[in-house]
Design a protein around this ligand. Structure first.
Ligand code: NAP
Length: 246
């Protein structure tokens, strides 16, 4: 593929869907920044560095997306090192499922802080740092529309991301930047690893296309929204769920 002069930041990209997005954008010649959050045993850093080596990513940045100031420092350092920033994919996300009766205030706040707060942090810093004509893609979830049992925190965070995406689409339009959301259904990544097998099977059986999604199913929607082919698409949600919710 010809080199693309654009620079892309994908948050939470040491593994899962984020890593898939980096692989695809890098294959299109876009200079990518891999973001990871530090963990106790250093696995995330090792994964992020391995992905960067595999894809030729331009930078690897440690940053907790829930930390507003740290996100600003990371994004400014990208602009300084690579000369600009054109694409932001706000992908980092966590689950802390509990029924509302059992959910602690900390369970609620942390999921809101990482998923919705983290998306706000990168989008807000993008208002001053993104070059005109840029692309912002947020990652929602079918949970934000369906409100699954035990996901009061996660579903609320993902519903909030849709509203934030629409506001950002209006506010960024004057600089020619599009802002859209991809809302995956059930995608086979580690985030589903804790789901009991019988629950996963129950969901699979109710998906019209008859299978869980693959990482590339989500990646294809994200790369479309990052490409020139989507220049007249903004403020939208692309659902990638095999028909589970229509
Ligand atoms: P994943 O495999 O758990 O990957 C999520 C990534 O985000 C991990 O690398 C994780 O690092 C990182 N992360 C977590 N907290 C972070 C923080 N504070 N700062 C920076 N990075 C952080 O999950 P995934 O399935 O790829 O999910 C990616 C996105 O898709 C998430 O927003 C998720 O909600 C959304 N989604 C997934 C599905 C699905 O079925 N898989 C469905 C709908 C939506 P750690 O290793 O530290 O956790």
């Amino acid at each position: 593929m010809p080199d693309d002069p654009r620079v892309a930041l994908v948050t939470g990209s040491s593994r899962g869907i984020g890593a898939g997005i980096v692989r695809a954008l890098a294959a299109d010649g876009i200079r990518c920044v891999v973001n990871y959050v530090a963990d106790g045993d250093g696995r995330n850093r090792a994964d992020a560095e391995a992905l960067a080596a595999e894809t030729g990513a331009a930078l690897v940045c440690e940053c907790d997306v829930a930390d507003h100031d740290a996100v600003g420092r990371m994004m400014r350092s990208i602009v300084e090192a690579l000369g600009g920033l054109d694409i932001v994919v706000a992908n980092a996300g966590i689950l802390r499922d509990r029924t509302l009766r059992k959910m602690t205030a900390d369970d609620f706040r942390r999921v809101i802080d990482v998923n919705l707060g983290g998306t706000f942090n990168v989008v807000q810093h993008a208002t001053t740092l993104l070059r005109p004509g840029g692309r912002i893609v947020t990652i929602g979830s079918v949970a934000g529309f369906q409100g699954f049992f035990g996901q009061g925190n996660y579903a609320a965070s993902k519903a909030g991301i849709v509203a934030l995406t629409k506001v950002a689409a209006r506010e960024f339009a004057r600089q020619g930047t599009t802002v859209n959301c991809v809302a995956p259904g059930f995608i086979a990544t580690e985030i589903l690893a804790d789901m009991p097998a019988d629950v996963t099977e129950k969901f699979r059986a109710s998906i019209p296309l008859g299978r869980l999604g693959a990482i590339d199913d989500v990646v294809n929607a994200v790369t479309f929204l990052c490409s020139p082919r989507s220049g007249y698409v903004t403020g939208q949600v692309i659902h990638v769920n095999g028909g589970f919710a229509m």
